[in-house]
Structures are given as C-alpha cells and as structure tokens.
Design a protein around this ligand. Structure first.
Ligand SMILES: [Zn+2]
Ligand SMILES: [Zn+2]
Length: 118
C-alpha cells in the first residue's frame, strides 16, 4: 500500500520531468543539480510493540547529492516538521555525539523567530 504510493510518485516525477530537492542547498546550486531522484520516506503512527500502524506519511523529494549525503555517515539532517526547513550537520564539527541520521523536529529556530514577531 505504502510502496504503491511511493511508486506512483516516482512515476509522476519521471513524467513531469522533475521535482526539486526539498532539502537545504547552496543558493548557487542550479535547478538541474537539485532535480529529485529519490525520496526520504517516514511513516508516523502508533507502535505499541505488537502492532505498528501508520497514521501519517512524510515524503521528501531529494536530489542525488543529498541522497548521497544521507548515506554518508559524516552528515546528519535536521528537518523541521512545521516549516519544512532543513539543516545539514557535519558530525565532525558537532559538539554532541550524534547517533541519528535524520532528526524530525516540531519547530526550528526559524519558526521560533516567526512566533515571536507574530
Ligand atoms: Zn538536494
Ligand atoms: Zn521551522
């Protein structure tokens, strides 16, 4: 069921000639470089240890460069669930020991900024 959805999206991307990567990029990166080739898939739901039920799904289009970074252990990604803002963290430069690959945060500093000015 879920894979079907992803497959459909893949087909859609091929037809449309490209979705852009939704992750953080250098402003000079060209649109061609940012063409999405894959997705980050995350299912959200309940897991009582016996039955896992997916309630909601998140699909984020990613380009080849980002997809590669995600498989590279030197990088971790923070993704804001509120504004879809993302941030790459170079683990070697991080003071904390990072064990996660992708951290889904409910808000990011940018969101807090906009709450304050509202
Ligand atoms: Zn990208
Ligand atoms: Zn945010």
């Amino acid at each position: 069921m879920i894979m079907d959805f992803v497959d459909k999206l893949h087909a859609k991307i091929e037809l449309a000639g490209g979705l852009s990567c939704a992750l953080k990029h250098h402003p000079d990166d060209s649109k061609a470089e940012m063409q999405a080739v894959d997705f980050i898939y995350q299912g959200w739901g309940t897991d009582d240890g016996l039955v896992a039920e997916i309630k909601r799904e998140t699909l984020i289009p990613v380009c080849a460069t980002c997809a590669k970074s995600l498989t590279n252990n030197e990088w971790a990604l923070q993704f804001c669930m509120n504004c879809a803002n993302s941030k790459w963290i170079w683990k070697l430069y991080s003071e904390r020991c990072i064990e996660w690959k992708i951290q889904w945060t409910p808000y990011c500093p940018k969101c807090h900024e906009s709450f304050r000015t509202r």
